[in-house]
Write a protein that binds this ligand. Structure first.
Ligand code: JD2
Length: 383
């Protein structure tokens, strides 16, 4: 594989030589070429940036140096030009595996506010182009992203790691779970013991323990990996886990702010709920969530109060309302009511016509005879 880097900070990419296996480079399996973009400037100051058309803050990288560099380096059919950019496709292991199949990658690293769009448009006409983002945060330029991408890609190349088996076992390669915790000697350190199971010699038990730890960690830290996106086929509604609490809170806030506006700033207690309260509620209620593209976009919950299945917190992300998701969630929470339930009950804003309409269509009746907080109404429906 041949790797080229176009940058105005070539020294920034010096760590490449440290992080990549020297053997691979010496043997010729891997070729690295770091280029100073200023080599393709012609003015006294080696200018690579200019002011943005249309105005605005900051500077934009000029197109000509990149264009000349592509030509000088013979970038063409069969090559892949990678533009690292905050607006690119999020980088992940799958993208790394894809890039690892290429013969040649050319990393175009921008600075300032980015690169003149025509460079990307032009590159598409001479080679394959990938616009890739390292993640949802802002860096000062594309170099660090190019370094990270390179490291993730190169270690996938055949014969580039000492131990091929350790690659197969890793995060995201197997089961889409996070890593289980690992331990080494000494057996006791600062009064902390290595878990007994790991010293048992029972390989079956060890494997089961590690899997359970991996699932637990994933549920806590990355619930999105356990219930992946349901954009196209079906809409799996799953029981919420503790790790969903932050996202539930975010969803609730977005929805209750909307509710407050619909009710002309009626004060809604849920708006002031804390993360700890949301977590505690996960133990007191059966909460269900739905994800789209990994994002928690809907929730509903139920709990038994005598023979009444009390339904609450039906919430759909504001940008996804009007697609029937609320109706699906309501149907789900009704369907999971335990056998002891004789009726459903829910409370909603008295002036939220959209919600009232949804509930009435689903067979709920307004119950003025039943108590409700100020500005709200209670609705019920027989099972
Ligand atoms: C970059 C900048 C646009 C503000 C070239 C930032 C990146 N995950 C990532 N975050 N930021 C970048 C990135 C990549 C290239 C450039 N800037 C600064 N651009 C708006 C600041 C300039 C990736 N990959």
């Amino acid at each position: 594989m041949r790797l080229d880097y176009l940058t105005i900070f070539p020294d920034y990419l010096a760590p490449l030589r440290l992080s990549l296996p020297g053997k691979a480079i010496d043997s010729g399996l891997l070729e690295l070429h770091v280029h100073d973009l200023r080599a393709w400037t012609h003015d006294r100051h080696h200018t690579t940036d200019d002011t943005p058309y249309g105005g605005g803050a900051g500077m934009v990288m000029k197109p000509e140096p990149f264009g000349e560099a592509f030509e000088a380096l013979g970038v063409g059919a069969g090559d892949t030009v990678v533009f690292t950019t905050p607006s690119g496709q999020p980088f992940d292991q799958r993208v790394a595996e894809d890039l690892a199949t290429r013969e040649r990658l050319v990393f175009a690293c921008g600075r300032y506010e980015g690169i003149d769009q025509r460079v990307i448009d032009h590159a598409r006409t001479i080679a394959e182009v990938r616009e890739i983002s390292l993640g949802d945060y802002v860096l000062n330029g594309g170099e660090v992203a190019a370094l990270a991408i390179t490291e993730a890609v190169v270690r996938l190349l055949p014969g580039f790691m000492g131990n091929a088996a350790s690659l197969v076992e890793e995060s995201h390669a197997e089961g889409g779970l996070l890593e289980y915790p690992v331990y080494t000697k000494p057996r006791t350190w600062q009064d902390r013991e290595v878990p007994d199971v790991l010293l048992s010699g029972d390989h079956g038990r060890i494997a089961r323990w590690r899997h359970e730890q991996a699932v637990r960690r994933t549920a806590e830290r990355r619930p999105d990996l356990l219930h992946p996106s349901a954009l196209d086929d079906g809409t799996p509604i799953v029981r919420a886990v503790r790790g969903d609490a932050e996202e539930l809170l975010t969803l609730q806030r977005a929805c209750w702010v909307q509710e407050a506006i619909a009710n002309e700033m009626l004060d809604i207690p849920a708006l002031h709920e804390t993360l700890d309260e949301v977590r505690a509620d996960l133990d007191r209620w059966e909460t269900y969530v739905v994800r789209r593209a990994g994002r928690l976009v809907g929730s509903v919950r139920g709990r038994l109060d005598g023979d009444v299945w009390e339904i609450g917190r039906l919430a759909v992300a504001p940008d996804l309302q009007g697609q029937g998701l609320g109706r699906v969630l309501l149907g789900h929470v009704e369907a999971v009511a335990p056998s002891g339930a004789a009726s459903y009950r829910l409370v909603t804003g008295a002036r939220n016509e959209r919600n009232l309409g949804l509930y009435k269509k689903a067979g709920y009746r307004l119950r003025r005879d039943l108590a409700a907080p100020s500005g709200a109404v209670t609705l019920t429906k027989r099972l």
